[in-house]
Write a protein that binds this ligand. Structure first.
Ligand SMILES: *Cc1c(COP(=O)(O)O)cnc(C)c1O
Length: 397
């Protein structure tokens, strides 16, 4: 069996970024609000809004910052209850805490999507806002979620940090709720090391977020599409200074035209590995929901009929062969296991989510991988299952 590919190495940043970086270094113009117009961050915001199909975009320092600003822009009072999925990255409950709100966790099913029954029940427990985390790009039923929230006039923020390029009934994920948030951290579809962007069609929300992100004094004038919305917010809002630097923007902009290719390659790669893994009766890759077209750069699958010990042996066997498998609920201190969010104080019990986390596996599958490399990963995963279960009996042969 061949050597497993390095799944942490990033794709090179497009050449065009080098030219733009050189110009920036020459001019020293790194701050987004120095140039009178057309600063790289402003251009990125216009291009991203156009690409994703939203009216306004605000580039910030991270997706976590975008989530925090979303809650602030919604004007939630201290201790407002924000419903979030029990399966997400620790940054999500953290952004809620950062905004002085209280995270309320709802169950997530074995297909990694929000459990609608529990969601609906909890929605009526004094919830003021919802963050839906499309975890690893798995999209929850947005039609059902929007219907439930719209009926109660509860705003929905989409955490699409890891879902750029995913569509739901042909619409870009992130454009369905009141606000959408994306990440440009290195392990996401577009890589700037760090960075995030907030999108919305609501001018007032956008204006509030712009000011709080650090458009102090009259810097908001450099968001001309929003000009009319700022009037009443001058000097009324705190400045959290979560701006993006021009340096990040010039790294991101030349990657936008690469997105469609990355999405296409990622999906083909994912589906290829998924089909190979599904040849094992011990592995199940949950299917996407009907309206969903995914943009994966990793694969998640559930181990069936294996106990905790066997699951650990499987992960160890894969590791020995060179493929790192994170079992969300079993790898120590995993930031996606809700019981590790001890900063919340009291952690609710979510039996369905816990059961899922204890057998759900996570394997990185960067979109640049070639078929041979995918085969090495699939071969290793299948061989590791066989190592713990023994060969599958071939009935009737
Ligand atoms: C990466 C990620 C975040 C955090 O993004 P940052 O830009 O690193 O703050 C939040 N939610 C999900 C689902 C993520 O995958």
């Amino acid at each position: 069996m061949s050597v497993a590919p390095d799944v942490h190495q990033a794709e090179p940043i497009p050449e065009a970024a080098r030219v733009a970086i050189e110009e920036l270094l020459q001019s020293g113009d790194l701050f987004r609000y120095t140039a009178p117009e057309n600063a790289p961050v402003s251009l990125l915001e216009a291009e991203f809004a156009e690409m994703i199909g939203s009216r306004y975009a605000l580039a910030v320092s991270s997706c976590s910052a975008a989530l925090f600003l979303s809650l602030k822009a919604l004007g939630l009072p201290r201790d407002a209850r924000v419903l979030i999925p029990g399966f997400t990255f620790a940054a999500v409950p953290s952004s809620v805490v950062h905004a002085d709100c209280v995270p309320v966790l709802c169950e997530v099913g074995e297909n990694y999507r929000v459990d609608l029954e529990d969601f609906e029940a909890k929605l009526d427990e004094g919830i003021s806002a919802v963050i839906i985390s499309h975890m690893r790009g798995h999209t929850s039923d947005m039609d059902a979620i929007m219907a439930l929230c719209d009926a109660r006039d509860i705003p929905v923020v989409e955490d699409a940090a890891h879902s750029l390029g995913t569509t739901w009934a042909g619409r870009n994920i992130g454009t369905i709720g009141r606000i959408g948030c994306f990440s440009f951290q290195s392990y996401k579809m577009i890589n700037a090391g760090e960075g995030g962007i907030l999108i919305t069609d609501d001018a007032q929300l956008a204006a509030r977020a712009v000011i709080m992100s650090g458009a102090y004094e009259h810097n908001w004038k450099k968001h001309p599409v929003l000009a009319d919305a700022f009037g009443k917010w001058q000097n009324q809002l705190p400045l959290y200074n979560l701006r993006m630097s021009n340096l990040s923007a010039v790294v991101i902009r030349p990657q936008l035209p690469e997105l469609n290719r990355r999405v296409r390659d990622g999906l083909v790669n994912h589906d290829y590995v998924a089909a190979r893994l599904e040849s094992s009766p011990y592995i199940r890759v949950p299917a996407p929901l009907d309206p969903e077209r995914r943009a994966p750069d990793s694969i998640q699958f559930n181990l069936i009929d294996l106990d905790d010990e066997e699951i650990r042996c499987f992960a160890d066997a894969a590791k020995r062969r060179g493929v790192s498998v994170q079992v969300f609920g079993q790898s120590q201190d995993n930031a996606r296991a809700f019981w590790n969010w001890q900063f919340l104080g009291e952690i609710p019990e979510l039996p369905k989510t816990r059961a899922m986390l204890m057998r759900a596996c996570d394997v990185r599958l960067p979109v640049r991988l070639k078929r041979e490399e995918l085969d090495v990963i699939a071969d290793i995963l299948l061989a590791s299952v066989t190592e713990v279960t023994g060969p599958v009996r071939a009935y009737g042969t």
